[in-house]
Design a protein around this ligand. Structure first.
Ligand code: FES
Ligand code: FES
Length: 196
């Protein structure tokens, strides 16, 4: 193996892949060019637009800013891994139900980011617009301002933001309801459907 290449292992959407990549290869290019997972989009390639958002060990990451070699041994979930068989992830379903897209180019990144947002909110993470950040205050309502702030790293050139906010609010409510029904952790997102 050339010294400017690395042998790495990536666990992507539940499957382990052994790859040899140039050390300069981004995770985005490894997914798209080496694994043919073209659902993850390249917009700016500079960490500005969020089109390349995936979940890396369960947390949101812009794949264009991550070297594949640095992701060796880590777990990646892309848009191709979100559905459960024929059953869409609640965020995917909400984007369909609320027309959260136009051309669809930003949509995989928006959906991955929204899934990350819902998990971060359920874990009690505040955002820059959270009024009361004391841990004992609990998660703030996931209202339109919170969603806009938390999704602000994902740009949509079609300007589908109003529908995206509605879709994320609906999906958050669905996920919270599902958790409550399962007797698990509540996210505090229930009853936060927004109409703006
Ligand atoms: S392509 Fe990665 S942030 Fe734009
Ligand atoms: S739906 Fe076209 S860029 Fe967002």
């Amino acid at each position: 193996m050339e010294t400017n290449s690395s042998a790495i292992s990536l666990r992507v959407n539940g499957e382990t892949h052994a790859l040899t990549v140039d050390n300069r290869t981004t995770l985005l290019d490894a997914l798209r060019e080496h694994l043919d997972l073209t659902g993850t989009k390249k917009g700016c390639d500079h960490g500005q637009c969020g089109a390349c958002t995936v979940l890396l060990d369960g947390r949101r990451a812009t794949a264009c800013l991550q070297l594949a070699a640095a992701a060796d041994g880590r777990t990646v979930t892309t848009i191709e891994g979100m559905a459960d068989g024929d059953r869409l992830h609640p965020v995917q379903q909400a984007f369909l139900d609320f027309d959260g897209y136009q051309c669809g180019y930003c949509t995989p990144g928006q959906i991955c980011s929204a899934i990350g947002v819902i998990e971060e909110h359920a874990a009690g993470w505040p955002s820059a617009v959270t009024a009361d950040v004391r841990p004992e205050a609990g998660p703030p309502p996931l209202d339109a301002d919170e969603i806009r702030e938390r999704m602000s790293g994902n740009l949509c050139r079609c300007g589908a933001y109003v529908s995206i906010v509605r879709a994320v609010a609906e999906a958050a409510a669905q996920v919270a309801a599902g958790r409550e029904a399962a007797g698990g952790q509540g996210s505090g997102a229930g009853g936060t459907r927004v109409t703006a």
